[in-house]
Design a protein around this ligand. Sequence first.
Ligand code: GLA
Length: 384
Amino acid sequence: MLSIRSEFFNHFNQHPSLVVKSPGRINLIGEHTDYNHGFVLPAAIDKYIEVAIAKRTDGAIHMVALDLGETIILPIHNLAPHATQWVNYIIGVVDQVFNNLSSNETRLAAGFNICVHGNIPLGAGLSSSAAVECAVLFAINKLYNFSLSKMEMALMAQNAEHTFAGVQCGLMDMFASLHGQKNKAILLDCDSLAFTYYPIELKDYSIVLFDTQIKHALASSQYNTRRLECEQGLRIIQEKYTSVKTFRDISLEQVEACLVSKIYQRCKYVVEEIARVQLAVQDLAKGDMQAFGKKMFETHVGLSKLYEVSCPELDFLVEAVASNENVLGARMMGGGFGGCTINIIRKIAVEEITKELSAKYNQAMHKELSYYITSIEAGTHLVS
Ligand code: GLA
């Protein structure tokens, strides 16, 4: 197994000052609701990004992506989006620190060495990019004692994604990576940013992710388009109903009364999903996982038919398990157009279902199916 400390030493002939681990995330329910002032229910998982960091004195950032075997060196001043995307996840948060903490600029401006490594599958919708951003920001925050809170870091990482990586994402991924706790999902109110932890006791069940192994090129452009479509729908409704501030204030009747075609579909999904998450956490509190799972299926239908962010591969994987009595719930997860489905499956049936599904998927889509049996773990932390 790769030791990030020794790799760091090999590259820089210096020991790292600290090592930070930041996890990927799942989302149980509440999809495409974070940027619409709704609710999400994510959790941090047992797949992570690790960074090792130490200060320099010459105003440069030396970045090594160990798993890719790539090194990039940049002056820390005048940072701008880079052609190599993984670099943007690092310099994007550095830029955020400069924008938000000008009094600390001189300290960070001396530069740093950093090595990055991880085991979050890339492009699988498990938020490897957010995990890099959170790991780097958490490490810089510790290294320079900037006293940023987790929420401040989450918001800065989100801005970094907007400005340097070019995706107008919501807050969920960064929030979950930083705030995760073992065996707990987190209900985040994306309007007030208040959050509540919910213990996840699955007993005879496991959370299994089926990875389509594809990432359609549409993903980020369509993501940004969905955001705009929702904003457009909101504006039209606000013209008629002036007391409406966000999607939280909108009823289905208002959607019906004001909107048509695609904008209608998008907004109907969002309003329904916001309500569904609130009911789903009640199921969770009662321990009614049957009811919870049913809502996951409903979310999938909404994402596929109304919000139109699914794809044939994701639909295939959900439909193939939908009538299986050992599967409580299944749906596409994350932004869509590829990545993983999230499934709640009876433990004793996981092996058989996985085997059957892999064969079917291979036959229908001519693709290998990967799967990850996932545990819920702590958020971003120092590795001692
Ligand atoms: C991506 C984004 C998140 C969220 C999901 C959809 O993962 O990064 O902010 O919008 O898609 O729920």
